[in-house]
Each structure stands twice: as C-alpha cells, then as structure tokens.
Design a protein around this ligand. Structure first.
Ligand SMILES: Nc1nc2c(ncn2[C@@H]2O[C@H](COP(=O)(O)OP(=O)(O)O)[C@@H](O)[C@H]2O)c(=O)[nH]1
Ligand SMILES: [Mg+2]
Length: 262
C-alpha cells in the first residue's frame, strides 16, 4: 500500500518503534505525538515504546500517562535504576512485538518520518536484514564529530567494521535477524557490538543517509566521561575476548530476542 503523502514509500504491515529516554521530560510528549501523527503513514499497525532508563525527572510519569491515554499503542518500559544506553535499547528490542523494529533516540534529534527512508531501503530487491542510518550532517558540537571519527577508525581497525556512522540512532531491523544474537554491552558500545555481531552472523546491514537536528530541549549526556570510559572498556573487552576465542566471544551476552517455549 502506498502512502499518498510520500509517493513510492511502501507502508509496512507491522512496525514496533521504540526510543530510549533518560531524563527526557521536555521531549517525551512531543516525540510520542510526532510518532502518533507520523507512523500511520509508515505502517498499517504500529506500537510506540518509551524506554525510561531510571529517569529522575517526570519522564516515568509522562510515559505512563501517554500509555494510559493510548492503550495498546503507546507502551512504557521502566528501569528502576539507570542502566545505560545499551540496556535501554535491549529493553526496547525485548518489548517489541512486531516483526519490524525501528528506534531513534528520545531527544528528537531525528524525525520519526525519516524511518520511512529506512523502510523504503528495506523493501528494495536485495532484501537487507538491517538498515542503519548515517547522519548526513551531524547537528552536534564539533568535538562530538571528532570523537566519532576516532571511534569509527578504531572500529574499522580493530573490528574491520565498515559502517559510516555506527552510533546513528536511527536504525531498522527485521526482528528475525536478531534471533540467536547475544550482546553484552549495556552502555554506548552496544551499537557497535551489535553490528559487529550481526555482520559476523552473516546478516546484511546496509546504510541510508538521514537528517539530524540539534537538540532543542533537555541536555546531552552522550559525551560524559563515564559514558566514554564504559564504552572504551567494553570495546577492549570484546576485542581481547575475540582474540582469545572468537566464537566464544561472539556467543557472550544476553539474547536479543526471546522465543516463547512451544
Ligand atoms: N538508556 C539511557 N539512555 C540515555 C542515557 N543518557 C542518555 N540517554 C538517551 O540516549 C539518547 C541520546 O542521548 P544524548 O544525551 O542526547 O546523547 P548524544 O546524542 O550522543 O549527545 C536520548 O534519547 C537520551 O535520553 C542513559 O544513561 N541511559
Ligand atoms: Mg542527542
């Protein structure tokens, strides 16, 4: 079925959309409203999952209120304490009920409508398993771009990972591609670890450019020293384990999907 507002963009049957939110009270309601307005043009059936990662502001209350207002469409998942970015993504994947799963960040630096660029790519003839975005022009301070460049080089050199923008928080997955995948990191290294392991498992990961917008509310914590140090520690932990025993290292971590017992 084609969306009349975006000719040529195929609407997918069922889409789970989630986002991590840590102290995002200033963004949460507007993001959910944006998703409620946009997702009907991208999917016949959809759900919106807010993953509150132990927020200390009004994020949990707002998420629950939105969920009560839109039963079965908006769902709230809570961590009682702050577990980290990767842990929040893991909870989002685990909560997703549909066969296609997309996420963005919860800070509105991506437009929900741009998930349409990913679904359009997924529908192409080569039938990729995963579509990851890359920020066409990153709307963050220059220092973040420099960090990201060094990180990309390190991932390329030490893991052979050739992805333009591994941390771009606009990604789409066929859920079945996650079956059997185990990921260990609960922090910011999660995204790279996941793609390294998806590629090692023979899944096809392709890229499309997406616009990126400045954060207009709340505050960014992605470059906090403890976030960076945890990512560096997880990076080296995986690298050393893969040198020691590659296949065992690739099997470590929690499963990304759970299949109910038959
Ligand atoms: N789960 C989790 N998410 C976080 C944490 N810190 C930030 N986030 C979320 O991750 C996304 C990106 O965070 P942000 O601070 O903007 O990082 P940046 O875009 O890399 O500067 C937002 O949706 C945040 O709410 C955290 O400690 N845990
Ligand atoms: Mg951000």
């Amino acid at each position: 079925m084609l969306d009349p507002q975006a000719p040529g963009t195929p609407r997918v049957p069922r889409l789970s959309y989630f986002f991590p939110a840590h102290n995002e009270e200033a963004n949460l309601e507007a993001l959910v409203n944006e998703a409620l307005e946009t997702l009907p043009s991208l999917a016949d059936t959809f759900e919106i999952i807010a993953v509150d990662d132990g927020s200390k502001d009004a994020t949990p209350t707002i998420a629950d209120a939105l969920s009560a207002r839109h039963p079965d469409i908006v769902r709230a998942v809570h961590h009682t304490t702050n577990l980290g970015y990767g842990a929040a993504l893991r909870s989002g994947f685990a909560a997703s009920r549909y066969d296609l799963v997309a996420f963005t960040d919860g800070d509105r630096q991506f437009k929900v409508a741009d998930i349409g660029r990913l679904t359009a790519r997924l529908a192409e003839a080569d039938h990729p398993d995963v579509v990851v975005g890359f920020r066409i022009k990153r709307a963050d301070p220059l220092v973040r771009t420099l960090y990201a460049r060094a990180y990309r080089t390190a991932n390329r050199v030490f893991f052979g990972l050739k992805v333009t923008d591994v941390d771009c928080a606009c990604k789409l997955f066929r859920k079945e591609a996650l079956d059997g995948l185990r990921v260990e990191s609960g922090g910011a290294f999660f995204s790279a670890e996941m793609i390294i392991k998806l590629r090692a498992a023979g899944r096809t990961v392709v890229e499309v450019g997406v616009p990126h917008y400045p954060r207009t509310a709340g505050s960014a914590t992605g470059a906090k020293p403890q976030v960076v140090l945890r990512a560096v520690r997880d990076f080296w932990s995986l690298r050393l384990r893969m040198w020691a025993n590659r296949s065992r290292a690739l099997r470590r971590g929690e499963p990304m999907t759970y299949r109910p017992a038959p």
